[in-house]
Write a protein that binds this ligand. Structure first.
Ligand code: CMX
Length: 134
């Protein structure tokens, strides 16, 4: 598996509308798109910070994993997404061989039409890890 860079940091917020001014008016970052990812039950807002994106994640349903995570008293950085150069399918095979617990056995479509797959935080030092490819 070859990681090229951190593609984005996923940041859980209860409300994009209420959170966005901190990122735009204080940090001075540009929000260049918003998107609803139906199957993840989230609304996202993307901000560019140099080469790395910040992905604000607002739950769109009480059943959203983001809402459940917030309801447990968490907030802030929710996951780290790494871009893999040799494809998510190869990366998943490699991780599985290394004994890493997979959430997704195959890649699926995420925001911005990226192919994505998640690794379970129980076997990634507590960091919910997303692998993605362009
Ligand atoms: N970071 C670190 N640990 C996390 C976590 C997170 N974001 N979310 C859950 N966990 C931990 C929990 O604390 C829990 O640990 P304990 O057993 O020690 O309490 C463990 O993982 C299991 O969590 P859970 O609440 O019992 O189980 P869930 O049903 O919430 O599932 C998870 C957890 C990670 C499998 C699920 O959230 C998932 O599949 N996530 C991947 C998909 C996702 O997050 N999508 C939203 C992002 C959208 C996008 O970027 O496109």
């Amino acid at each position: 598996m070859k990681i090229s860079h951190i593609e984005h940091l996923g940041i859980a917020v209860q409300s994009i509308e209420e959170s966005l001014p901190y990122f735009t008016d204080v940090l001075g970052l540009e929000c260049y798109a918003t998107e609803v990812v139906e199957d993840q039950k989230v609304k996202t807002a993307f901000l560019k910070c140099g080469e790395v994106k910040l992905e604000l994640l607002e739950p769109t349903s009480p059943e959203s994993t983001i809402q459940k995570w917030i309801d447990k008293g968490n907030k802030g950085v929710h996951h780290v997404a790494f871009c893999v150069e040799d494809g998510v399918a190869n990366a998943l095979n490699f991780c599985e061989e290394k004994g890493i617990r997979l959430i997704d056995k195959a890649s699926r479509k995420g925001a911005e039409n990226l192919n994505i797959a998640f690794l379970h935080p129980k076997s990634t030092c507590g960091i919910l890890t997303e692998l993605c490819e362009h």
